[in-house]
Design a protein around this ligand. Structure first.
Ligand code: FAD
Length: 457
């Protein structure tokens, strides 16, 4: 009788899951998830993500039960717990997905060593959490691409493995103890309109996206009020959707919308290959501009206003309030709030990245930190000193002001263009919105400070 363990991490699905497929070649499989306090210690846990995770685990357990199995949940340091389960079940092999953070890398190294010391093997599978594995395509003189466009070209030429179906039967050995599968209801401090997790939900979204969303993606993905993006990001973060399968299905759908969408999936792999080769970029500038950021105490009021969505710039405030309410923010909102914090307010990108990670249901070390760096100009952007003007951006991506009115009720009575520049109102009109703050800084002042700090005059 052979037993394998499949260790689920950020790949909480049954469809297109190479480690699970490989593990089911043994007579019996232990589908294992370990709640590791080290993850909280590394700053990865946040109530919104824990809630989404709980949904995913419950759904995974339900899917396994439909196939005759169940999910085994353990709590404790991951290496210890995996070794315990392996000893209890006399498992020969452990299968898991490759991942890119420093934490994931250290986990893999320690787990391999501990298992090998007991005569067991660890198999780490690529292309579970990415479409193309980090390092699978590289430029001539580097171990990763530092520029997106050539990466996209090479990435597009890679022949992807076929997507795998879900296993029909999963046989779990009898008597393996499990903690209860966590429930969202046990958590507090959640965003009121947080998305629901789980593979079933993710696959439902995928079906309707392919039917009605993807065709218009190229034209509408930047429309703030239109909300016309896929909203797959938490499903990609927790692995309830497979990047390989998404690329295949989008390519099959075809058309300019699908092409633009696949390009975004490539951005995700791009950041992952940067982080995999240089894990320090989670906290350290990728290409430093020698910024001497404003002291956080001196900038304290500005930072608080940004966090609360009370900067006096309506589109910035709308986006920050969407973040609080949904634990998610439109990509255009992320770009312009990040530009506002790092460039207009000249606050360290790590302050913003940390705050996003506290709230985002899709909060992801690779995507969050490297997008923050991109916008701060310390990352891979070839125009590192670009500054997004929140008024111009609002007029372009929220032309009639619907996004601002939805999220900033103080301004719900205003139309464009006033809704984007309420400080221009006078007299009774101004009095009608007097609970909305004045701008924390003049845009010209912010720009001058940034240019001086970067020596751009
Ligand atoms: P869609 O537009 O439907 O795109 C499909 C998928 O492509 C997304 O789910 C995502 O996985 C990927 N994608 C899209 N845009 C990007 C991008 N710019 N970089 C990398 N991958 C992308 N994304 C996260 O998943 N987690 C984060 O923590 C995160 N933090 C961000 C912080 C900042 C400052 C910025 C500017 C962007 C951040 N993004 C992050 C990227 C992007 O904003 C989100 O992935 C996207 O808004 C999610 O919505 P969607 O699933 O509807 O995206």
């Amino acid at each position: 009788m052979t037993v394998s363990i499949v260790l689920f991490t950020s790949d909480l699905r049954l469809h297109d899951h190479p480690p699970l497929r490989a593990a089911t070649e043994a007579d019996q499989v232990v589908p294992l998830f370990v709640r590791d306090p080290g993850v909280d210690g590394a700053g990865f846990a946040a109530p919104n993500r824990l809630a989404f995770l709980a949904d995913c685990l419950r759904d995974l357990d339900a899917g396994l039960r439909e196939r005759g199995g169940r999910l085994v949940v353990r709590s404790g340091p991951v290496v210890e717990e995996v070794c315990k389960v392996a000893a209890e079940t006399d498992a020969d092999e452990v299968h898991m997905a490759a991942d890119v953070s420093a934490y994931a890398h250290a986990r893999e190294v320690r787990l391999r060593r501990a298992l090998e010391a007991e005569g067991r093997r660890l198999h780490v599978h690529d292309t579970v959490t990415t479409a193309v594995a980090p390092g699978a395509v590289t430029p001539a003189a580097n171990d990763h691409f530092a520029v997106f466009t050539p990466y996209f070209r090479h990435w597009s030429d890679v022949q992807l493995r076929p997507a795998l179906g879900a296993p029909r039967v999963v046989r779990v050995p009898d008597g393996v103890g499990s903690d209860p599968v966590p429930a969202r209801s046990a958590l507090t401090g959640l965003s009121p309109d947080l998305a629901e997790g789980g593979e079933e939900r993710g696959r439902g979204l995928l079906t309707s996206w392919l039917r009605t969303g993807i065709g218009a993606y190229e034209d509408r993905h930047d429309d703030l009020a239109g909300d016309a993006t896929s909203r797959f990001s938490p499903h990609l973060h927790f692995g309830t959707l497979s990047p390989v399968e998404l690329v295949h299905r989008a390519r099959k759908a075809g058309g300019p919308g699908a092409e633009a969408f696949v390009r975004q999936l490539c951005w995700r792999d791009f950041h992952r290959q940067v982080l995999a080769s240089d894990p320090d970029t989670a906290t350290v500038d990728y290409r430093t501009k020698r910024d001497v950021w404003r002291d956080e105490r001196d900038a304290g009021e500005d930072i608080a206003a940004w966090k609360e969505g009370r900067t006096g710039y309506p589109v910035v405030d709308a986006a920050m309030r969407q973040l609080h309410h949904e634990g998610w923010m439109h990509n255009r909102g992320r770009l312009l709030t990040a530009s506002f914090l790092t460039k207009t307010l000249y606050v360290d990108w790590r302050v913003g990245a940390r705050y996003f990670l506290d709230l985002l249901v899709d909060g992801d070390v690779a995507n969050n930190q490297l997008n923050w760096q991109w916008m701060a100009g310390t990352g891979t952007d070839s125009r590192p000193n670009r500054v997004l003007n929140p008024v111009t951006q609002a007029k372009r991506y929220d032309p009639d002001g619907a996004y601002v009115r939805r999220w900033v009720p103080e301004l719900a009575s205003l139309q464009a263009p006033q809704v984007h520049e309420p400080w221009k109102l006078r007299g009774l009109d101004r009095a009608a919105i007097d609970d909305y703050p004045d701008p924390v800084v003049e845009l010209s002042e912010g720009l001058a400070r940034f240019k001086q700090a970067r020596g751009l005059d």
